[in-house]
Design a protein around this ligand. Structure first.
Ligand code: BJ8
Length: 388
């Protein structure tokens, strides 16, 4: 038995689909008890505002191919599968989380997402925040602060609530706590051998999101992290692993988990870190609790997220630099969803940075949610790993 097989998460975390279904039921009960829900699609959404409005945020980013067919009448084929799949669920009303959402909060990130929100607003209550595309100009921060005030007003007016500074400060504190806990969970990947497979790490992090009780969720993250660490200390601490340690960067990977991540690990590598929105990207910086105005503190934090929609996007390279060193990375695999122009173009810089500055092997994989290219992807990954 390998160490990966030995370290098992408790059964309720093992099945992502089951957790998703259980999440639907919990959400239904919460709605019946009068709770309001905000559907979100992006890491830029300032969740503190949603919590301070006593609402529940739920991620609507879709990860399956099945719903794409419903988007075809309205969206072009050469569009990112995440947008097509999410819109497909929305327009066909086949996603309970979308159905339960009282408002959708979107941001002007990439072109595809922002134009998709316009179509969505024909059949759902959608509020779109104007996200600046540069995070170094002081005027960008001013604009973003204004957008957060606008969101505050929209939530207050729509749901007859008052978002006070005290409530925002509490939401900031809770959010920072959650970020720290999730960061520690991901930091299990720093251990050698890493105690969890990268696939399990990614699906477990997604499963945490189906618990809508924030306190419970936080306790659960801490407990699981501790449990896994204890097993590692007892059984695997002194057994070094020879499998190459991989960092995944680029687009969110929930929709290609089986196709690409499982293939990487089956081919003999160990995914130990994620520099993307399915991983630590948003967790690396906390909200500054010492800034007097909570809206300003929230704006500063979110504007600093290192997504490729920002131009320039300096922070992504600082994060990659740190993650490659701290997680003792042997090679970097960049995964870009088909037709995601910002990540595709930025990959030229990422490749240069990884190979020339960090002297690590790098491979770029572009794919969609279908299984059509699995053969080609396996061959490329196997050849890449042989080279390391
Ligand atoms: S902060 S990564 S969640 S935008 S993959 S829809 S960029 S075409 S998902 Fe993202 Fe927010 Fe950025 Fe994160 Fe567009 Fe690219 Fe598709 Fe994307």
């Amino acid at each position: 038995m390998t160490y990966k097989e030995k370290i098992k998460l408790p059964s309720k975390f093992e099945n992502f689909t089951e957790n998703k279904k259980m999440g639907f039921l919990k959400m239904k009960q919460l709605k019946e008890s009068g709770k309001k829900v905000a559907g979100v699609f992006c890491t830029y959404t300032p969740l503190e505002l949603v919590y301070a409005a006593d609402m529940i945020p739920v991620s609507l980013c879709a990860t399956t191919e099945d719903s794409i067919k419903y988007s075809e009448a309205d969206l072009p084929k050469n569009l990112c599968p995440l947008i097509r799949s999410s819109y497909g669920f929305a327009v066909s009303d086949t996603c309970p989380y979308f159905y339960f959402s009282d408002i959708i909060i979107g941001e002007t990130t990439c072109d595809g997402k922002k134009k998709m929100y316009e179509l969505m607003s024909d059949f759902k209550n959608v509020h779109i925040m104007q996200l600046p595309q540069n995070n170094t100009d002081p005027l960008s921060l001013k604009l973003w602060i204004n957008e957060i005030y606008k969101l505050k007003r929209v939530l207050e007016e729509n749901f007859d609530v008052e978002i006070t500074d005290e409530k925002l400060k509490k939401a900031i504190k809770d959010g920072n706590e959650e970020r720290k806990n999730l960061r520690k969970f991901f930091e299990l990947g720093k251990l050698n051998p890493s105690p969890l497979s990268g696939v399990t790490m990614s699906s477990t992090q997604d499963s945490f999101g189906f618990n809508f009780n924030r306190k419970e969720k936080n306790e659960m993250i801490v407990k699981k992290t501790q449990e896994i660490y204890e097993i590692w200390k007892k059984e695997f601490k002194n057994k070094k692993d020879k499998r190459p340690r991989i960092l995944i960067t680029g687009c969110p990977v929930g929709g290609v988990r089986e196709k690409i991540l499982t293939t990487i690990e089956k081919a003999g590598a160990d995914i130990v870190a994620y520099e993307n929105c399915s991983g630590v990207r948003e967790k690396l910086t906390l909200i500054d609790e010492n800034i007097e105005n909570p809206i300003e503190a929230i704006a500063k934090k979110y504007l600093n997220i290192s997504c490729s929609v920002m131009s320039p996007n300096k922070k992504r390279f600082e994060d990659l630099d740190m993650l490659i060193d701290e997680y003792q990375i042997d090679a970097v695999i960049e995964i870009v969803l088909q037709a995601c122009h910002t990540f595709a173009i930025e990959s030229t810089k990422v490749k240069k940075f990884v190979t020339e500055k960090k002297h690590k092997p790098y491979i770029y994989i572009e794919s969609d949610y279908s299984m059509n290219d699995i053969g080609q992807i396996s061959t490329r990954i196997e050849a890449f790993l042989e080279m390391i």
